[in-house]
Design a protein. Structure first.
Length: 174
């Protein structure tokens, strides 16, 4: 078995639970005394339950750096500018190595929209401090990013309450 090292974990796919799984790992890491930072690439502009919940977890910080949902047909230039600023912050915090676990929430969506390149993400994975854990979330994770990861989980939607007309629930979706 290999010596302890920082892992790269990808939570992707069309199903629910990618960010939720990352937050579960953040809870576990907090319980082990690890320093955790979540950078949210798309989320922003709205209040999400995890922002208040993280305040109760020692060593866990969440920074929403995006503008929120990217709508079809919408001018994406403002979203791209925010994602590029979030990417600069990501590079800064990874190189500072002040956290044991960094979660890049919705980074795969930022890559899918062309705000950040898959090559940039792979370079970050390859250059991170060896003991640092990274979790990348979001739909449409590129193959090259998945190939660079240690663990990849694809969330598959089998059934979702939205299809039955049930609206998003506080504490479950946000």
């Amino acid at each position: 078995m290999s010596a302890k090292r920082g892992l790269v974990i990808v939570n992707t796919g069309p199903g629910k639970g990618k960010t939720t799984a990352a937050l579960g790992t953040a809870v576990r890491a907090s319980g082990q005394g690890l320093r955790v930072l979540m950078l949210q690439f798309i989320k922003g502009g709205s209040r999400y339950g995890e922002l208040d919940g993280a305040k109760h977890l020692p060593g866990v910080e969440i920074r929403p750096l995006g503008l929120g949902l990217v709508m079809p047909g919408q001018d994406r230039s403002a979203h791209q500018a925010e994602a590029r600023a979030a990417w600069a912050e990501c590079l800064r915090v990874v190189s500072a190595a002040e956290h044991d676990l960094i979660i890049l929430d919705e980074i795969c969506v930022a890559v899918h929209f062309g705000f950040v390149s898959a090559q940039e993400v792979v370079e970050l994975i390859n250059s991170k401090p060896p003991e640092m854990h990274l979790i990348l979330t979001g739909r449409n994770c590129p193959e090259e990013v998945m190939a660079a990861a240690d663990t990849v989980t694809v969330m598959e939607e089998v059934k979702h309450h939205f299809a039955a007309g049930v609206k998003a629930q506080a504490g479950i979706e946000f």
